[in-house]
Design a protein around this ligand. Structure first.
Ligand code: ZN
Length: 304
C-alpha cells in the first residue's frame, strides 16, 4: 500500500471514530449487512474526501470498507465484511430521472459519478442470484481456484494453479459465493412526466437493497451513474445506475398515520357518534370544523 493509500484508510478510520462509533458498534452486534455513511457528515469532516467519493465512488468505497475491516472493536465482537453505502448526496448533485447528462466535449457530465436520483419505482425484477466469487476445480489435479466475477459473462481460470494446465475446470456451485441482485426501473412521477417521453433509468440493486422498495414508491436513490450500449457494438447508449442507497420519500398522507385509538375515534366521528376518550377542550378547532376534518381524514384512511 502506498503512502497516499495509507492516508485515505487512516482518514476513514478517523471519520468512523468521530462520527460512526455507535453505529459500528451496533453493526458488529447485529447481522446488518451494510453501514450507511452520511455524505453530509463526510462533507463536514473533510471536503476533499467528499469530492473524492463523488468522483471515484467505487474506489473510495473500497478504502472505506478496508478501514472498516481495520477498525478496532472490543475483543469479543467482530465484523464480517459489511458493505459501505454512501447516502444523502448533496441537493446540488441530485437529479430527476433523465436530468443528468454526458456533458459537452468530453467533460463526461455525471457519468461515473455518485449522484442522487429522485423518481418513482415503475417496476422491479424478480430477485436474482448473482455469482460473486466462482470456485473452479481442475478436473486433472483437483486443485481449486477462486475467480472474482465482474460483469455478466462468467470468468474462468486461464490456468490451473496446481498443474499449470488449462483445465478443463468444473464450477463448484456449493463452494462459490453469491449475492442477491435485482433490477429496478425508475421513472418520472406522473405529474412531472406530463407531455414528455417516458424517461426512465434502470438501477441495479444488490444485497440488502433487494426488495427494499416497491412499485409506486417515490424514492431518493444514491447511485453510481454509468452508460451502457443499447446492444453490443452499437453507437447508441443509455444511462444505467448502480444503487448505493435507497430512501423512500414520505407519501402525502404519511402524517396521517392513525393509531388504533385514533382510528376508533375517526370511525365514531364518521358514524356521528360521541367520541370516546376525546377531550374536546384540548382541541382548538370548533366542533363543526373538527367533524368535517375528521370526515376528511376518515375518507383518506378508507382510501389507503
Ligand atoms: Zn490442475
Amino acid at each position: 500500500m502506498s503512502q497516499s493509500e495509507m492516508t485515505l484508510t487512516d482518514k476513514w478510520l478517523e471519520f468512523y471514530r468521530r462520527y460512526l462509533r455507535d453505529e459500528i458498534g451496533e453493526l458488529a452486534l447485529s447481522d446488518e449487512a451494510s453501514l450507511p455513511v452520511d455524505l453530509q457528515e463526510v462533507f463536514s469532516y473533510d471536503r476533499d474526501l467528499y469530492e473524492d467519493i463523488r468522483d471515484s465512488p467505487e474506489q473510495m468505497r473500497e478504502y472505506a470498507e478496508e478501514a472498516l475491516r481495520q477498525y478496532d472493536l472490543p475483543a469479543d465482537v467482530s465484523l464480517t465484511s459489511p458493505r459501505v453505502r454512501f447516502y444523502n448526496t448533496n441537493e446540488t448533485h441530485t437529479y430527476e430521472v433523465g436530468a443528468y447528462s454526458t456533458g459537452n466535449n468530453g467533460s463526461g457530465g455525471q457519468v461515473g459519478e455518485l449522484i442522487g436520483v429522485t423518481g418513482q419505482v415503475n417496476k422491479r425484477s424478480k430477485k436474482r442470484t448473482r455469482l460473486v466469487t466462482a470456485v473452479y476445480e481442475c478436473l486433472r489435479c483437483g486443485t481449486t481456484t477462486e475467480i472474482p466475477q465482474e460483469g455478466e459473462d462468467r470468468q474462468e481460470p486461464h490456468e490451473c494453479e496446481g498443474c499449470e494446465r488449462q483445465g478443463p475446470f468444473k464450477l463448484d456451485t456449493r463452494r462459490s459465493t453469491y449475492v442477491d441482485d435485482q433490477q429496478l426501473r425508475l421513472q418520472l412521477p406522473p405529474e412531472k412526466a406530463e407531455g414528455t417521453s417516458d424517461e426512465n433509468i434502470d438501477v441495479t440493486l444488490e444485497g440488502d437493497l433487494v426488495n427494499s422498495v416497491e412499485p409506486g414508491d417515490r424514492v431518493n436513490a444514491d447511485v453510481l451513474l454509468d452508460l451502457r450500449e443499447k446492444k453490443d457494438g452499437s453507437t447508441l447508449f443509455q444511462f444505467v445506475a448502480e444503487g448505493q442507497h435507497l430512501q423512500v420519500e414520505e407519501s402525502d398522507f404519511s402524517e396521517i398515520e392513525p393509531s388504533e385509538k385514533k382510528l376508533e375515534q375517526i370511525h365514531d366521528i364518521a358514524e356521528g357518534r360521541a367520541v370516546r376518550g376525546h377531550h374536546r377542550q384540548h382541541c382548538p378547532v370548533t366542533p363543526g370544523a373538527r367533524d368535517a376534518q375528521a370526515r376528511d381524514r376518515a375518507a383518506v384512511v378508507r382510501r389507503r
